[in-house]
Design a protein around this ligand. Structure first.
Ligand SMILES: Nc1ncnc2c1ncn2[C@@H]1O[C@H](COP(=O)(O)OP(=O)(O)O)[C@@H](O)[C@H]1O
Ligand SMILES: [Mg+2]
Length: 445
C-alpha cells in the first residue's frame, strides 16, 4: 500500500479568538444581506464598504472578502489548472483533489459543515437553484464551466459534500498529444486530411475506448482540423468540448426536473440540429437511441464525429447495431474511421494514453462489416504504426479531386512537416487558439 500524497496550500489567514468571533458575527450579517441582495453579490466593492461599516481590522476584512468574493478555502484549489477534481466529503474531513500527474491527493484543508453549506448555497444561488431538505441534491455549473454536484444530509450522512469537476482552462491540443506520444505526427496529418477532406469529402469519425481513456480529449483536439469556413454544432450531456472555432453552436442536454418534466434529450437536440444547417455535427458521447438519428444524418450527407464507449473497433460496431443504439448495419458504412483509444499501464511510464488502432470501415459483405486496419499500436516500442496499403476514403478524395494517390500521400507529408514546424517554432506553447490559427493559415501558405 502506498501513502496518499499530500497537497498543501498556503496557510489560511489566521485570526485570534476574539477576531474570529468578530469575523463570524460580521460574516453572518453580510451573508444574510448578500444572499438577499443580488446587487451586492455582483459588486464586491459594495461588499467591502458594507464590511468596513462593521470593522477596520484588515485581517478580518481580507478574510471576509476572500470568503464572500470567491469560494473561500477552496479558491487556491480551483485556481490550480493541474487539478481535475476537488472533493469535499463531509464535516471536518480532509478535502481531496485529483491531480493530473499525481492522481488522488489529500489536502491540508478541512471545512466545517457550515462552511461547505455556505459554498454550496452560494453556487446554487448563482444559478437560481436551491438546496434544502426537499431538494438535497444539486447539479450546477460554475461560471468557468466547471461542473459541481452537491449533496446535504440526510442524503450524505457525514455532512454536506461537494464534487467539482474542473474545467481545464488550457485544453490539450493535438500537439500535446503528439508530445505525450498518445498519437504521432503521421496520425495527426492523416486525420487532418481525412477530416478536412481537401474540400471534397469530409470523413465521419468515431472515437472509441473505455471510460477515462481520453476519447473526448482526442475528439476535441481533432476538431482543430475542421476547416474554418464550416458551421459546427456540438451536442453533449455535459459541456466538455472546447473548440476555438468562430462559427459554432454548443448544446447541452437537460435532465428531467423533480416532477420528471422538461427533459431535453440528446436525440431531441440532434434532431433540432438538423434544422440548423450544420456542416459538422459533434456528439460528445453516443449512448442510446440518438445513434439512429446521428447515423440517419451521416447517411444523408451530413458530416459528424463522436465518441462511443467500447473496447475494440469490432465491439464498437456490435454496440452500435444492438440495443439500445439499434443502428441498422447498412448505415454503419457512413463511418469512415474508428479510432480506438486506450488507457494503459506501462511499468516505466505509469498510466499512459495511446491510440491503439485506427480502422477504416470499408463496407459490408454478407451482413458483416469489413474493417481495414490503418494504424496499429506496437507496445514493444510504444509506437503507433501505419500499416495500411491504402485507404479507400483517401482514394475517393483523390478520385473526386482528380489527382493521384501519390499526390494525396505527398499532401499528408506536407501537412506532417507543417505540424512539425509548429512544434519546432513554438516548443513551449500549448494554446489551442494559437494552434488553430496556425492550422487555418496552412490553406493560405
Ligand atoms: N492523451 C492524454 N494524455 C494525458 N491525459 C489525458 C489524455 N487524454 C485525456 N487525458 C485526461 O484523462 C481524463 C479523461 O479524459 P477524457 O477525454 O474525458 O476521457 P473519456 O472521454 O474517454 O472518458 C481527463 O482528465 C483528461 O485530461
Ligand atoms: Mg468522454
Amino acid at each position: 500500500m502506498k501513502h496518499i500524497p499530500e497537497y498543501k496550500i498556503k496557510k489560511d489567514i489566521k485570526l485570534d479568538e476574539e477576531q474570529q468571533k468578530e469575523y463570524e458575527k460580521i460574516k453572518e450579517k453580510i451573508i444574510q444581506q448578500n444572499l438577499n441582495n443580488q446587487d451586492i453579490q455582483q459588486d464586491i466593492k459594495k461588499v467591502e464598504i458594507e464590511i468596513k461599516k462593521h470593522t477596520n481590522n484588515t485581517q478580518i476584512i481580507s478574510k471576509l472578502l476572500k470568503d464572500i468574493n470567491n469560494y473561500g478555502k477552496l479558491d487556491e484549489l480551483l485556481k490550480d489548472d493541474e487539478l481535475e477534481e476537488v472533493m469535499i466529503i463531509g464535516d471536518m474531513k480532509p478535502v481531496y483533489v485529483y491531480h493530473r500527474q499525481h492522481g488522488m491527493m489529500q489536502t491540508n484543508i478541512k471545512l466545517t459543515s457550515n462552511e461547505t453549506r455556505e459554498i454550496i448555497e452560494k453556487i446554487a444561488n448563482n444559478v437560481q437553484r436551491k438546496i434544502d431538505i426537499q431538494t438535497p441534491i444539486v447539479d450546477a455549473r460554475l461560471d468557468d464551466g466547471s461542473r459541481i454536484n452537491a449533496t446535504i444530509p440526510p442524503i450524505s450522512v457525514d455532512g454536506p459534500t461537494l464534487t467539482i469537476r474542473k474545467f481545464r482552462k488550457n485544453p490539450y491540443t493535438i500537439v500535446d498529444l503528439i508530445k505525450s506520444n498518445t498519437i504521432n505526427i503521421h496520425f495527426a496529418a492523416f486525420m487532418w486530411l481525412a477530416i478536412e477532406g481537401m474540400g471534397v469529402k469530409s470523413s465521419n469519425i468515431i472515437i472509441a475506448g473505455g471510460t477515462g481513456s481520453g476519447k473526448t480529449t482526442t475528439l476535441n483536439t481533432l476538431t482543430t482540423f475542421i476547416p474554418p469556413y464550416e458551421r459546427i454544432i456540438t451536442i453533449e450531456d455535459t459541456l466538455e468540448m472546447q473548440i476555438p472555432h468562430n462559427h459554432i453552436i454548443r448544446n447541452e442536454t437537460r435532465p428531467p426536473n423533480i416532477e420528471n418534466k422538461g427533459e431535453i434529450t440528446m436525440d431531441l437536440l440532434l434532431k433540432n440540429s438538423l434544422r440548423q444547417r450544420p456542416d459538422r455535427i459533434i456528439v460528445g458521447e453516443v449512448r442510446t437511441n440518438e445513434a439512429i438519428t446521428l447515423f440517419g444524418a451521416l447517411n444523408t450527407g451530413h458530416s459528424g464525429m463522436g465518441t462511443v464507449h467500447a473496447n475494440s473497433a469490432h465491439e464498437t460496431i456490435t454496440r452500435l447495431i444492438n440495443p439500445p443504439m439499434n443502428v441498422p448495419p447498412i448505415m454503419i458504412k457512413s463511418i469512415n474511421y474508428i479510432i480506438m483509444q486506450n488507457r494503459l499501464y506501462n511499468p516505466k511510464l505509469g498510466t499512459i494514453r495511446r491510440i491503439s488502432e485506427v480502422a477504416e470501415v470499408v463496407g459490408m459483405e454478407d451482413e458483416h462489416i469489413q474493417l481495414n486496419k490503418i494504424f496499429t499500436y506496437d507496445p514493444s516500442c510504444d509506437m503507433l504504426r501505419y500499416v495500411a496499403i491504402n485507404s479507400i476514403t483517401l482514394n475517393e478524395i483523390a478520385k473526386l479531386k482528380n489527382i493521384t494517390n501519390h499526390k494525396i500521400n505527398e499532401e499528408i507529408e506536407k501537412r506532417k512537416q507543417y505540424i512539425q514546424s509548429y512544434i519546432d517554432k513554438y516548443p513551449g506553447t500549448s494554446d489551442i487558439e494559437h494552434l488553430q490559427r496556425y492550422i487555418n493559415n496552412y490553406y493560405f501558405s
